[in-house]
Design a protein. Sequence first.
Length: 355
Amino acid sequence: MFNTANNSNKVSVNLLRDRDIQIITIEDRNLIQVHVPAARRQQKPVYLNGNPFKGNTFRRLHEGDRPCDDETVKRMLAEQVEDSRDTRILSNFGLNDLDLDSLRAYRNMLAAHRPDHPWIALDDQEFLQVLGGFRQDRQSGEKGLTLAGLLMFGQWPSLQEGVPHYFVDYQEQPEDKSSQTRWLDRVVPDGTWSGNLFDFFRKISRKLVADFKVPFVLKGNFRQDDTLLHRALREALVNTLVHADYADRASILVLKDPAGFLFRNPGLMRVPAEQALRGGESDCRNRTLHQMFLMINLGERAGSGLPKIRQGWEAQGGTLRLFDSFEPYDQTRLEMSWGSMLTDRKKMTGKMTGK
């Protein structure tokens, strides 16, 4: 077994260690138990016969191993070598592909939070460069918008061209799923707004917490319009946007219904869910996007986001579940159910039913 696993012509990487092989006894019979640990991002794809394509790469799905199609393998290879997926320069994309109102709103928000920041005085292109939204490759000399710059501030036609699978979707659904009313409110790119991530965040962050009571709390003679629940949902939204694999086919989906909330992003988790919820280890897929949100006091530092979401939500009696799903496309789902929490209207319980 180990001879074959260590033969690189047969298997691309050996994941087995001595402690993964045990002899167990069941009804006087000795059985060999083999635990196959999950491969790290840098080890994927794990494939046979020296070629990751043509059905030689397999992925565990439930109780069996299934061959991966070539598109899935290509995404694994990209994930393997690209620590941050959003620094890529998009050929022939420039400032004319951006929604300048979005960029202006971001700059105003930065100035409000950090009025003495030296970047405020820069022109738009210089500002984008220091922010990571525009860069020049030192070796090739190529320069242009980065994927992060387009995602954060782009116009919808340019987003469709540069990121073909990109789509963001917010739905508020009624309690009665059999009702002819499919949703009470919906936000999707429809030509009336830019469709970019920054504007999507601005549009739906208030909708998520529209029903929340805000206690009257003063801090330094100013009212604090923020609670643990506000912060948990805001962080969940930012977390969804910065960890998404925008090359994958699933859409960004944020769902609100009387049972709770669902946050879905394309792409599987880079860190196991249990570890991500414990904190201390981070492998953000879009680090430039993450930094862009951090600059305006949105999001948490590496490895602390999900623990704070969990802490804030469960402290108020809610329940939280984080997991990967492979069907119909690779996706990460964060389900936040009300549990015993109270809103200003009624006690809300139930099980998340988002699709």
